[in-house]
Design a binder for this molecule. Structure first.
Ligand code: ADP
Ligand code: MG
Length: 578
């Protein structure tokens, strides 16, 4: 399609280039010799060329816009797919809203360039070269003048590119910043209003916005100087040509007119070149930003999505040996976030059996969330190993792994849609009955049934129309729909009242197979909490302190042996003496 557009463009340009030559024919052969027949004949040819040129121009427009839209679409979807495969390290580093700018605005820059290139810009260099060739052919004496003009133009073009590239990069970066600031504000608009920080936020937004405007002005200023300089040099060139051709005889008047005409075309063409350079520089700045995304290594090389769902069932059968390996095992794991200096986890070792419950408790920032984020391999540890069913995480197919492990995170996430569509995220094929069962287990069915449309009730963006506790329960239900082997609750019962939380945990306990002789088929549950009451009934409890395990055992063990656990218990004694 791009080639077709270029073909039409070529026809159109040749048509434009022929016009002055045809005119010089009319003047030199017809007008000068007073031959009306010749004038009419060449006049007809000129008209025909003009019609063909106009037709080609119309077709080229249609094809060029279609082709550039397709280019934009392809780049966008490729980039999006790549972003989906990025590891959390890279997503943290690039920042989500800056990634959005890249997928949208930066792609549009490239698309504009492609469209411009096919519509007007490709024409400029062809016109330039063609017009110059024709001048040199018709009046060879003008060659040096033309060469000087071209040399000056080349220097100007090079300088323009050189100066504007970093400036366009700065424009896109300022756009990133604007996106980050406005996203942050929109996400936390309630907090901003509650703290009466609107003024500060407005100032922050104003600063980002001003930066963006300044960057734009700086980038355009370069181009504004470039245009007039080109005009000046070409016009001086025309004067020089006229000056030098004083001695030309009258028979060549047509040729001289044609060269003047060509010089004007060159002038227009060079101005267009300035646009190309501008747009190309801008597009290449954007391309380098998109390339940065592509340069990130994919999260994991091997991803076999196809067989992931199937093997959820196989794996259960596979673990029927004499003494099954633990569901989750950490061996001397140390992990540090890329940007952070100190490790968030140091020498963490523990094992968790199938069908058992594991509590994790500890002060904020002690590494609880980090610990569980290693289980579905959101991050890889720097040293030590994490094993699931006795197999190192690095040997697991990631999709297969993540189907088995459901992580309900600290911050509930819901998508625009209905209650049912949100729960089906866990498993698109889930039946209505399965969804209702999951909701019941998560103690969500009561409030869902009370909604005007029940399971078809609308959920706004991010679940704005639900309370914190309702969102938490829907998130939990979504994870249960999945039927995971290991369910991880990262402090996600914090917004529930004590009675509801107790009910939810009792329901989950019934899924672990606790109390029955064979727990191997039961679900393992990891519960993170800051409250002793939440974890005290767990089979084992890990006490985290500053990235280390300060104690492991049952509630009673820890009350005997772990000073930190005792301290936490003491501080909460009013709430849970039961
Ligand atoms: P907890 O869940 O126990 O409150 P976290 O596991 O969230 O603690 O955090 C442990 C430490 O790691 C903290 O010091 C925190 O600042 C740091 N941390 C958490 N997430 C990140 C991240 N994405 N990038 C860098 N540092 C992080
Ligand atoms: Mg946490």
């Amino acid at each position: 399609m791009a080639l077709t557009a270029a073909g039409f463009l070529l026809v159109e340009t040749i048509g434009d280039l022929l016009q002055p030559t045809l005119m010089s024919m009319i003047v030199d052969r017809g007008v000068v010799r007073r031959d009306v027949g010749t004038v009419l004949r060449w006049g007809m040819v000129m008209l025909a060329v003009a019609v063909v040129g106009a037709g080609a121009a119309a077709m080229r427009n249609i094809y060029a816009s279609r082709a550039s839209q397709l280019i934009g679409r392809d780049i966008r979807s490729d980039t999006y797919r790549k972003v989906m495969s990025l590891g959390f390290d890279d997503i943290d580093r690039l920042q989500p809203s800056a990634i959005i700018t890249r997928i949208t605005n930066d792609v549009v820059q490239i698309q504009n360039f492609a469209q411009g290139l096919m519509r007007i810009m490709l024409k400029a260099p062809i016109t330039c070269v063609g017009a110059i060739a024709l001048i040199v052919m018709q009046i060879p004496e003008q060659t040096p003048t033309v060469a000087v003009i071209l040399a000056i133009a080349a220097v100007l073009i090079w300088a323009n590119m050189h100066v504007s590239f970093p400036r366009f990069l700065a424009v896109q970066r300022a756009l990133d910043r604007l996106g980050i600031v406005s996203r942050e504000f929109l996400r936390s608009i309630r907090v901003v209003k509650a703290f009466v920080m609107e003024h500060e936020e407005r100032a922050r937004f104003g600063a980002a916005s001003r930066q963006f405007a300044d960057a734009n002005v700086a980038a355009t200023r370069v181009n504004a100087t470039y245009g007039p300089l080109i005009n000046l040099s070409v016009n001086l060139g025309i004067v020089a040509m006229l000056w030098l051709s004083r001695a030309q005889d009258a028979a060549h008047i047509g040729a001289l007119m044609a060269s003047m005409n060509y010089m004007t075309q060159v002038l227009f063409a060079l101005n267009r070149v300035s646009m190309i350079v501008n747009s190309a520089t801008r597009a290449s700045a954007s391309a380098s930003r998109i390339q940065e995304i592509f340069d990130c290594p994919a999260e994991f090389a091997e991803r076999g999505g196809a067989h992931a769902r199937r093997s959820r069932n196989d794996a259960t059968a596979a673990s029927s040996g004499r003494c099954p390996p633990p569901a989750v095992e950490f061996r001397d794991v140390t992990f540090a976030y890329e940007q952070a200096g100190a490790p968030a986890l140091r020498g963490v070792s523990f094992a968790m059996d199938h069908g058992s419950t594991l509590g994790i408790i500890g002060p904020t920032g002690s590494g609880k969330s980090t610990l569980v984020s290693l289980i579905p391999r959101l991050y890889d540890p720097q040293s030590g190993s994490v094993l699931i069913d006795g197999r190192n995480l690095r040997d697991w197919d990631v999709d297969e792994l993540r189907v088995r492990i459901a992580l309900v995170s600290q911050k509930p996430t819901l998508f625009t849609g209905t209650v049912a569509s949100n729960l089906r995220w866990g498993d698109p094929a889930a039946s209505d009955a399965a969804i209702r069962r999951a909701a019941r287990l998560a103690c969500a069915s009561e409030f869902v049934d009370a909604l005007p449309d029940g399971y078809d009730a609308r959920v706004g963006q991010g679940g704005v129309n639900l309370s914190g506790g309702q969102k938490q329960r829907l998130n939990l239900a979504r994870a249960l729909v999945r039927g995971p082997r290991v369910l991880i609750l990262d402090d996600c019962t914090s917004a529930l009242d004590a009675v509801t939380e107790h009910d939810v945990l009792a329901n989950l306990r019934s899924l672990t197979g606790g109390g029955t002789t064979d727990r191997r088929d039961g679900m393992g549950v990891v519960v993170i909490s800051q409250r002793i009451a939440t974890v005290r009934t767990c089979d084992r409890i890990i006490v985290m302190d500053d990235g280390r395990i300060a104690g492991i055992g049952t509630h009673d063990d820890l009350m005997q042996s772990c000073a930190l656990y005792q301290a936490i218990a003491k501080s909460q004694i009013g709430g849970d003496r039961s």
